[in-house]
Structure formats: structure tokens, C-alpha cells
Design a protein around this ligand. Structure first.
Ligand code: ADP
Ligand code: MG
Length: 733
């Protein structure tokens, strides 16, 4: 047996438990060892029964004097009731609803019990204690007690795996194998930061001697993960710098003409970002830049300008958006921006718009429809034109990365709302090609997001990206007024909304997110069937219900529209068109309008069940309004006055700036909920330690220093090995 031994070969793990473990991503012994407890229970206070007082927890050792099962009729409970004695006294013990314990203990057994003492009248009893018999291999194993009489690890109890069971499995394996795990953290670093040696740390994190040593072990592993993450990310960056891309000369004249053709003045921040991007595009190595800008800060026009520069030297651009609605919106916007009709811009001279060259050929590909130069065409026709190089920019959804989509000379890939994309899609889209010299060419990559990245994340997870930040909103925007609305104030809010509509403004209503019900079923051969369906369906129902309520009861006189993910593309488009054309006053929707949608006339965002959404998501919703010079309002409906919810929603009231909000979100909830983080495959411990700026910075510094001296990690074979394994586990955006 060794660390790579799969869990199937561990004698005490049956098929059901194998499945449960696998669902947590635990495949072998190493994974088991790195499944860390999230807290400890202190059962180390071993006292004689005569000293027992209410409270605790305490630990007792003694003999079972009697044990029986009691059925309580009133509360419909099964109690297992026992008495133990230790020579100093006797103590009653009650376990609730664990009738099987009657088979675990019999009269005369010697046991350790640990838990709290409860009082009922003058009688006291030990309530549902943890229990164990003295281990027979006590002396030999050196392990001592496992579930009582010490600090007890408590694991995150998911997938029906109890901490007791995990202790039972992990402890003997640890005793047997811990000394076989090589320590991949360079010794110099361990010494410098006074980290526990690996073998000691892995034992202490599971079965600590004291909370202090558990803490020390935790710090060590957190550092190690952050260090490996930094190494990994920095190495990727070095690798990319060795690849080749098509250098795009910066055409200043073109840029000037384009900016002059816009119906608004670019903000200073937009100009700075455009400059950074164009400077990157000039280089021979591929750009990997993230354009971060709060909702409504005007990222699209920055993307358009970057694309234009590429197109004008004869190369192609791919522009991917996460939803159909957004892809279509971009298609229209880019058509307007890059092919301005002279009559649409009366303030422009004809010469100016011609100067842009006009005639940028834009295509749109979605799962259902395809457009080219504002006409619907078949997929085959579109793909043919793409391969012939007749399409300058192809905008699309996931359809962009499907089989058969081949660019002739792709030089730039733009991803909007990039945190929503899987890595595979990006890898596919950034497919390499060969240049005339037969060298491998990689397209430049521009990702855009409105979800600001907290500093610690940009140092680690996103450390291989260059960052451009639009930290300024276009002039004239008013601060959005945000309010938390309790049920009693709903009516007042509805009245207010009616007034806004009477002023010809428009309204979004977002329905609460509904978690798909998860059911576990066991079939007749003991396999667990994991059933996670119906989420989409439930959301549709929520939207329909809300639509009914608003259109029949509350606003029967107004025009209400409805939008959800299960609608056909054409229906969705019609609704969006009608909303844009102001044929709809109030649009009831699921979170499909979360990202990107641009309806400047909408001034009210009303969110039902707002506590169900993450902060950054709420901020995204709010970003759908306040896109014009009208005063806008965001109403957060909530029924739960919970403390945490309150704190989160209140953060939204005080912050209008997404960057500040992201830092707050990180502080309140930890980065586990940071968009997309779950798909990165980064362990919880690392995610949690990402709030520790000091540790993050140190880990990055050390990684930089090592790579600076030894970029191939030639002197660190163990570390190389770890990183390889790391790369397979992790999938960064
Ligand atoms: P986001 O950054 O959220 O993607 P968009 O690119 O959709 O924002 O832009 C939001 C709105 O602001 C659009 O209607 C766009 O035309 C407008 N806009 C962009 N830049 C400016 C600017 N410098 N001044 C005024 N309006 C602008
Ligand atoms: Mg956008």
C-alpha cells in the first residue's frame, strides 16, 4: 500500500463509501490525507465521574453498568439509556435515535465517553456522547484514542460521510504511511518560516496534540498550496511568453478616427486600457490580458477598438459571450460601432465614417441561428465564409468552439464575462495555427469581466494575466439608489415602480434563484444514483408565477414581459427586442439578464429573494440599470432577516463600486463563493487562506525567487512532480 493506492483497495471501504468519497474528489490515499478537518472538538478533559458538572465537554472512562432501549411515546424518539460507573460515581448516559448502540455495548464493557452534561431537573446525564472502547492495539499503534479523550478532528460532513467514519479510516492509514510522503516544500523555505516538517504536520492537522499545533500545521499546508499555485501560475506565464503570436501594428490614425466617430467621449480609464491592449498586440508573444471594469463602465467599446486594429491589417477576431442574448447584443453593438451608417451619426462628416473603412464584416454564430452582414444565413455558409477569411469578426456563444468552426487567420480572441467560461472552451478557441514559416501561432487573448478580482486572487489564481482596469464610469451617471425591502414595504415599492413606468422608464424584475433539489437514490445493487435535475424547470415556474402575479394582480394596466432560459431563441429575441423598443414596461426574468444586457432606459431593478444571490451577482444585476443620465433604483426584496444576509445586503447599500464589494464579499463569505472558484479545483484550505494577504504575498515571493534562479526547477525534482500533479488537478480560467 502506498499513497497512490486507490480507495477501492483499502480493505475497510465498501462500495457505497467509495462512491461517496469519489464524489468529494477523493480517489486515493493521498487524497484522503489531504482531506483536512475544518475544526476540532476538544474532548481531552478526562475527569472522574464524581467531578461531573453540567456543561463540558468532558471525557469519562468507566464500565457500562446497564444499558437499555426506551421508546418515548410523546416525542416519538428512541433512547438508548445506559449507566456507567468509574469507582468515584455513576452517571446516566442517553443517546437519541441511535438504537443500534444497544448492539455496540453490553453490560461490563469498558468505555470512553465524551460529550456535554445536560441537566433535567435535579438529574444530570451525559447527552449523546462520542464513544469508543479502548483500542486493543493501544500501545502498539501509538495512536491512542481516536474519538474521545483528545482533540477530535471534525471533517466537513458532506455526501453522508461522518467524521467518525473518516477518523476510523484515516488514522490507521496515517500511522502506516505518513513517513513515506516526501516533503516537496524546499527545506530552505521550511526553515525560514519555521514550518513543521511534513510528517509531523500531516499528523498534527488530523490528530493534533494542541490547537496551536493544529494551527501551525494548517498554516504550513496553506502556504505550501499557495506556493505551488504561484509556481504553477508563474510557470504558465513564462511558457506563454515563449510562444509566438501575430504582432499587430498600432494604427494611430485609425484609432483617432474611430474615437471621433463615437457618440460619446471615451473616459480616461477607457483610453488607458485601450492603450495597454494595443501595446500588447504589437508584441510578438501572445497577449493574455484581463480587462476588468465595473458594470456599465464601457468595456465593449474598448473591445471593439482592439478588434478594429486587428481587422484592418487583415486578421480575424473571435468574440465569445456567455449567453445568446449577450452575443446578439454584441453583434448589434459592434455593427453600429464599426460600420456606422452616416445618417445615424449626423454630427459626423461622411468622410470620417468612411475613414473607418466601413465594411467590417461581422458574423454571428449561435446554436440556433447564424447571421452575416445583417442577413440570416445557414451554418454551412457561415463556416465557409469564415474559412475563406471573409468574416472579420465572428461573434458567438459556445457555438464558436464547436466542431467545424475554422478561422483562416485568427489573431485575437475576446472573451466577455470570462469567469463564466470553462477552460476547455478557451483552450479550444485559442487553437493554434501555423504561420508561413511553419511556426506555431497562438492568438492574443483579451478577457473581460465585471467581477473584480480581489488582490490576493489576482496575485495567485490570476497571476498569469496582465490586468487593465476601467476604474471610472462614463460622465453623468447618477449613483444608483439601493434599498432593502421587507415584505411590509412591498406595496409602497410597487407604487413607486408604477410612477417610474408612468415616466416612461422601464423595470427589470429578477426571480429568486432556486437550487435544484438533489436526491440520492440507491438502486438494488447498492449503487448511488445522484439526481440533480429540475433546477431549470423550477426557475421557469418561478418566473411564470411572478409574471402571473404582476400582470394579473399588481400591474394589470402595464405591459409585462417574461424571459427565461427555457424559451426558444426566437421568443427570447422578440422579448428583448420589445423591451428595447419600450413595448414592454416590466421584464420578469431569471438570472439570464445577469450579465452584460444593455437597456439604458431601464431605471428600476427589483430582485425577489435577493438573499439567494451572491454579492457579485447582485452587483451585476444592479449594473443593468444606471446606464443613462436618469436616476436609477435597485430594490432588494428579502424575507429573511438573517444576520449574514443583512451584512451582505448592507454591503451592497454602502458600496457602489464592484472592487470594494469584491473585497467585502471575500471578507464576509470567504473566496469559496467567488464566481467560478469551485471549478478551479483548488482545495478549500487554499481558498480559505486566500484571505491571508501576508501568506499569499510571501508564497508568491518565494515562488518568484525560486523560478528566477531555476526556471525549469532542475534542482527540485519533488516540486516538479508535485506541480505536474497540480496541473492535472487544477483548471484555471
Ligand atoms: P460594460 O462594461 O458593462 O460591458 P457596456 O460596454 O455595455 O458596459 O457600456 C455600457 C453603456 O455605456 C453602453 O450603452 C455604452 O454605449 C455606454 N458607454 C460606453 N462608454 C461610454 C462613455 N465613455 N461615455 C458615455 N457612455 C459610454
Ligand atoms: Mg459587457
Amino acid at each position: 500500500m502506498n499513497l497512490s493506492t486507490p480507495i477501492e483497495e483499502i480493505p475497510r471501504i465498501g462500495i457505497i463509501y467509495q462512491k461517496k468519497l469519489k464524489r468529494l474528489g477523493i480517489k486515493n490515499i493521498r487524497d484522503l490525507f489531504f482531506h483536512f478537518p475544518h475544526r476540532y472538538e476538544d474532548f481531552s478533559n478526562l475527569i472522574p465521574i464524581s467531578k461531573a458538572e453540567s456543561g463540558g465537554p468532558f471525557c469519562f472512562q468507566g464500565e457500562i453498568l446497564d444499558i437499555k432501549i426506551i421508546y418515548t411515546r410523546k416525542k416519538r424518539m428512541v433512547l438508548t439509556q445506559a449507566t456507567i460507573g468509574d469507582g468515584t460515581g455513576k452517571l446516566k448516559v442517553i443517546w437519541f435515535n441511535q438504537p443500534y448502540l444497544i448492539n455496540t455495548f453490553k453490560k461490563g464493557d469498558y468505555v470512553f465517553l465524551a460529550g456535554k452534561i445536560a441537566k433535567k431537573g435535579s438529574a444530570k446525564y451525559l447527552s449523546s456522547p462520542a464513544y469508543e472502547k479502548p483500542p486493543t492495539t493501544f500501545a502498539k499503534s501509538g495512536g491512542g484514542l481516536t474519538h474521545t479523550g483528545r482533540l477530535i478532528p471534525v471533517y466537513p460532513e458532506t455526501e453522508g460521510l461522518s467524521s467518525r467514519w473518516l477518523r476510523f479510516i484515516i488514522k490507521p492509514l496515517l500511522i502506516k504511511l505518513k513517513d513515506q510522503i516526501p516533503d516537496s516544500l524546499p527545506e530552505k523555505i521550511s526553515k525560514k518560516y519555521k514550518f513543521l516538517p511534513f510528517q509531523e504536520a500531516i499528523w498534527q492537522i488530523h490528530f493534533p496534540d494542541s490547537l496551536k499545533s493544529a494551527q501551525e500545521a494548517k498554516r504550513r499546508f496553506a502556504f505550501e498550496e499557495l506556493f505551488n499555485l504561484s509556481l504553477f501560475v508563474l510557470r504558465e506565464r513564462l511558457k506563454l511568453a515563449r510562444e509566438k503570436a501575430i504582432p499587430i501594428p498600432l494604427n494611430l490614425n485609425l484609432i483617432k478616427k474611430f474615437t471621433a466617430s463615437l457618440p460619446f467621449k471615451l473616459t480616461f480609464a477607457q483610453k488607458r486600457c485601450i492603450w495597454q491592449i494595443l501595446k500588447d498586440l504589437e508584441k510578438k508573444e501572445p497577449m493574455n490580458r484581463l480587462l476588468e471594469g465595473d458594470v456599465g463602465s464601457g468595456k465593449t467599446v474598448v473591445a471593439a477598438l482592439s478588434a478594429l486594429n486587428v481587422i484592418k491589417v487583415g486578421y480575424q477576431v473571435a468574440f465569445m459571450a456567455p449567453t445568446e442574448i449577450l452575443a446578439k447584443q454584441h453583434y448589434k453593438t459592434l455593427n453600429k460601432l464599426l460600420n456606422p451608417a452616416p445618417y445615424a451619426r449626423p454630427h459626423l462628416s461622411r468622410k470620417n465614417s468612411k475613414g473607418l473603412g466601413g465594411g467590417v464584416n461581422i458574423g454571428l454564430i449561435t446554436g440556433k441561428e447564424n447571421y452575416y452582414k445583417n442577413k440570416k444565413i445557414t451554418r454551412e455558409e457561415l463556416l465557409k465564409k469564415l474559412e475563406e477569411g471573409k468574416i472579420d469578426i465572428l461573434i458567438g456563444t459556445h457555438a464558436l468552439v464547436q466542431e467545424g468552426v475554422k478561422f483562416r487567420k485568427l489573431a485575437l480572441v475576446i472573451l466577455d464575462e470570462q469567469h463564466r467560461f470553462g477552460v476547455e472552451q478557451r483552450a479550444k478557441l485559442c487553437q493554434s495555427s501555423k504561420n508561413t514559416k511553419g511556426e506555431k501561432i497562438i492568438p492574443h487573448l483579451l478577457s473581460m469581466t465585471a467581477t473584480p478580482i480581489p488582490r490576493t486572487l489576482s496575485l495567485t489564481v490570476f497571476g498569469d494575466l496582465d490586468l487593465s482596469i476601467i476604474n471610472e464610469l462614463p460622465k453623468g451617471r447618477k449613483k444608483i439608489i439601493t434599498k432593502i425591502v421587507r415584505p411590509k414595504d412591498k406595496k409602497e415599492t410597487y407604487d413607486f415602480i408604477r410612477k417610474e413606468v408612468k415616466k416612461d422608464r422601464q423595470v427589470f424584475v429578477i426571480c429568486p434563484r432556486i437550487e435544484p433539489p438533489t436526491t440520492f437514490l440507491e438502486n438494488n445493487i447498492g449503487q448511488i444514483i445522484y439526481n440533480k435535475s429540475g433546477g431549470g424547470w423550477m426557475e421557469v415556474k418561478a418566473v411564470k408565477d411572478e409574471y402571473q402575479k404582476l400582470s394579473k394582480e399588481i400591474f394589470p394596466d402595464l405591459k409585462i414581459g417574461m424571459l427565461h432560459g427555457k424559451m426558444k431563441a426566437q421568443e427570447k429575441e422578440k422579448v428583448m427586442k420589445d423591451f428595447k423598443a419600450e413595448k414592454i414596461d416590466i421584464l420578469v426574468s431569471t438570472s439570464v439578464v445577469e450579465v452584460g444586457v444593455d437597456i439604458p432606459n431601464a431605471t428600476v431593478m427589483m430582485i425577489e429573494g435577493s438573499e439567494k444571490f451572491g454579492l457579485s451577482q447582485l452587483h451585476q444585476f444592479r449594473g443593468r440599470i444606471g446606464r443613462s443620465n436618469f436616476q436609477s433604483y435597485c430594490f432588494l426584496f428579502t424575507n429573511t432577516p438573517g444576520l449574514i444576509t443583512n451584512r451582505r445586503l448592507k454591503a451592497l447599500l454602502s458600496c457602489e463600486n464592484g472592487f470594494e464589494l469584491a473585497e467585502k464579499d471575500l471578507a464576509i463569505r470567504g473566496p469559496g463563493d467567488f464566481s467560478g472558484s469551485r471549478q478551479w479545483g483548488i482545495p478549500d484550505l487554499t481558498m480559505a487562506s486566500l484571505t491571508d494577504v501576508f501568506l499569499v504575498e510571501k508564497a508568491r515571493e518565494e515562488a518568484q525567487e525560486i523560478l528566477g534562479k531555476d526556471p525549469e526547477l532542475k534542482k527540485y525534482p519533488l516540486l516538479r512532480e508535485r506541480l505536474k500533479e497540480f496541473g492535472q488537478r487544477i483548471h484555471l480560467e
